[in-house]
Design a protein around this ligand. Structure first.
Ligand SMILES: Nc1ncnc2c1ncn2[C@@H]1O[C@H](COP(=O)(O)OP(=O)(O)OP(=O)(O)O)[C@@H](O)[C@H]1O
Ligand SMILES: [Mg+2]
Length: 239
């Protein structure tokens, strides 16, 4: 499945250029943060990788093949949960796999344990708080052991404590062997979590560098302005 190679990828619905000539190489490990201002094309990029948007040009090569060999999961800012129990939600992705009832139950409870929701298994998912909903959504994806996990602003609506809990889970998912690609407007979060940063501006990838390079030595003026705008106290770059 890796490396994933995007070549001259375009998304131009009704002739409007949303993604333009996106070239990107994604390795099998780590957390890649996709940063950029509103409307830059971050979500579209993730959705294209998830197969939820069809590119209008260019190609995605999955280690030499036209389709991914491993599982891909995506979590949105406001995850859609079934109006049933927390447990029913966490096993949703496992149902198509031929597991016995016992295995299904075991795996579901293990996942809820990992995200600190085991004691809520029989509660209605509707009653969960925002942070709990997000943890459940992550557990639901993690349960299927995806090879690639796409997270679109997973903590945008969460308070600092809930954000920290979700960040810790993302680290654990990465350590478990899942490649994570995530968007965030929280640059502190990108600094804390990301191994590499993709900076997208006006539908084009302007930078793809290591975390430390991006925040210390951004190459483009657009990236410098973006970082200064979001982190005004970080006003000096080492070039
Ligand atoms: N299916 C679609 N058809 C037409 N235009 C679209 C479609 N999906 C997204 N767009 C447009 O593409 C642009 C980029 O959208 P996208 O959601 O990727 O931005 P973003 O970088 O995720 O922004 P934000 O930080 O606000 O989430 C926007 O102008 C959006 O309106
Ligand atoms: Mg978005």
């Amino acid at each position: 499945m890796f490396p994933i190679r995007l070549e001259k990828l375009q998304f131009c619905p009704n002739g409007r250029q949303v993604l333009a000539d996106v070239d990107l190489l994604l390795g099998p490990e780590g957390i890649t943060a996709v940063l950029g201002p509103n409307g830059a094309g971050k979500s579209v990029l993730l959705k294209t990788l998830a197969g939820l948007e069809r590119p209008t040009g260019g190609s995605i090569d999955w280690n030499g093949g036209p389709t991914p060999a491993g599982r891909i999961a995506m979590v949105f800012q406001h995850p859609i949960l079934l109006r049933t129990s927390v447990f029913d939600n966490v096993i949703l992705g496992l149902k198509p796999m031929s597991l016995s009832r016992r295995e299904l139950r075991q795996r579901g409870l293990e996942m809820l344990e990992r995200v600190g929701l085991a004691d809520r298994a029989s509660d209605s998912a509707r009653h969960l708080s925002g942070g709990e909903r997000q943890r459940l959504a992550l557990a639901r994806c993690w349960a299927i052991r995806p090879r690639l996990l796409l997270l679109d602003e997973p903590t945008a609506a969460l308070d600092p404590t809930a954000t920290e809990a979700v960040e810790q889970l993302i680290r654990e998912i990465r350590t478990d062997g899942t490649k994570v690609m995530m968007t965030t407007h929280n640059l502190g979060q990108a600094l804390r979590l990301a191994d590499d940063v993709v900076f997208i501006y006006g539908g084009r990838i302007r930078e793809h560098t290591s975390n430390s390079e991006f925040f210390v030595r951004p190459r483009t003026e657009d990236a410098k302005r973006f970082i200064q705008g979001e982190l005004p106290w970080r006003i000096a770059f080492t070039d």
